[in-house]
Design a protein around this ligand. Structure first.
Ligand code: ZN
Length: 364
């Protein structure tokens, strides 16, 4: 009897959210999150959209443990706009179990991406020991011709296909961020187009200066092999991403932006990128209202939390929060979580803030 009431209670508890599929099966529809995606607010500027991208991802087709379509679902749910599948060309421990050539993982991921309206870019990782290290070729047509002994020939073949080449994790695996002569040559010959300053859970402060020095793009990605949630946990934009300031949401627009070096890196509320774009991005995140002659209300409309110092005071500007503060008397305002070089943070002089305030007051 007791069991009967218990089962009645359970049915009662579930009926609110369960649908009867037929006389034998109830379906608890509300627990299905597979068609839900986080909305991540990072504004654009100057007519560019800010796209959140991960250009370094492995699957079971190299030394990862995840099927390629799941890479798309993870990223789509987390709130990203695009990923690149970049399996190792030379290191495929599951080769015996899996059929398919070097394009197979991209094809599987792309099919799922097309179903979700999510961008998947065809890449491969050229994998050698240091000094050369690892390089990702992005926007490939065919990965198979890159499977050659001489890595410089693989780079040339990727370039022949119009690829963007990223130098991966300069500080891995020996914990030394060394720019060797081979990199110098490739950078100067435009055979390296971007430098990965964030990778996995690491970042390489020395490398923060190199994109500006050589006129290249800042890149930051996961290099994920297992589950994203296993490493970074669940939630909205938990992984490191490359922010791409693109003319639209398309593979072509991402490619154009990467070659124009309109990128920055975001991980755990730390931004790294060129001052020109970071300052515009930061300004686009905020709305400023003057309360009285000495007081401001600053609203952070983005999902990035900022930390600044001005007049010797620390100001916290949490994501999607309005903060009241005294009008700064002495500049500059230093954005503590925004790096434009090694040990160099983004700063705003007072006249720039006054200009921002005047602009904001005209708009609202
Ligand atoms: Zn990798």
């Amino acid at each position: 009897m007791k069991r009967f009431f218990l089962s009645l209670m359970l049915v009662g508890a579930f009926t609110a959210q369960a649908q009867l599929r037929n006389a034998d099966v109830y379906e608890v529809t509300e627990i299905d999150h597979s068609m839900q995606r986080n909305v991540v607010e990072i504004p654009g500027f100057d007519g560019y959209q800010t796209l959140k991208c991960d250009f370094h991802i492995h699957t079971a087709f190299s030394d990862g443990s995840v099927w390629p379509d799941m890479r798309v679902e993870e990223a789509w749910q987390e709130g990203l706009d695009a990923i690149a599948i970049t399996d190792h060309i030379e290191y495929r421990p599951h080769k015996e179990q899996l059929k398919g050539d070097l394009n197979e993982s991209f094809k599987i991921a792309k099919k799922r991406g097309d179903e979700l309206g999510f961008l998947v870019i065809h890449g491969s990782e050229i994998t050698r020991s240091k000094p050369l290290g690892h390089l990702n070729a992005l926007f490939l047509q065919d990965s198979n011709p890159l499977d050659v002994e001489d890595p410089l020939k693989a780079i040339d073949e990727a370039k022949r296909q119009g690829a963007f080449i990223m130098w991966n994790h300069p500080g891995w695996p020996d914990d030394k961020s060394t720019l060797y002569p081979v990199h110098e040559e490739l950078l100067k010959a435009n055979k390296i187009d971007g430098i990965e300053v964030f990778n996995f859970t690491e970042y390489y402060p020395k490398a923060f200066d190199w994109p500006a020095q050589y006129g290249k793009a800042f890149m930051g990605n996961t290099d994920i092999h297992g589950l994203i949630s296993g490493l970074y946990g669940w939630g909205k934009l938990v992984r490191p991403v490359t922010l791409v300031f693109a003319k639209g949401r398309s593979e072509q627009a991402i490619r154009e932006a990467l070659f124009a070096h309109r990128t920055a890196v975001l991980f755990q509320d730390v931004l790294v990128g060129p001052a020109e774009y970071l300052s515009k991005l930061v300004m686009a995140c905020f709305q400023v209202r003057q309360i009285n002659s000495g007081r401001l209300e600053v609203t952070n409309q983005s999902d990035i939390s900022f930390k600044a110092t001005v007049d010797g005071k620390l100001i916290l500007l949490p994501a999607r929060t309005a903060v009241q503060m005294d009008l700064p008397q002495q500049g500059p305002l230093v954005m503590q979580n925004c790096y434009v070089g090694q040990d160099k943070q983004l700063t705003f002089e007072l006249y720039e803030l006054e200009g921002m305030l005047r602009g904001a007051m005209l708009e609202h």
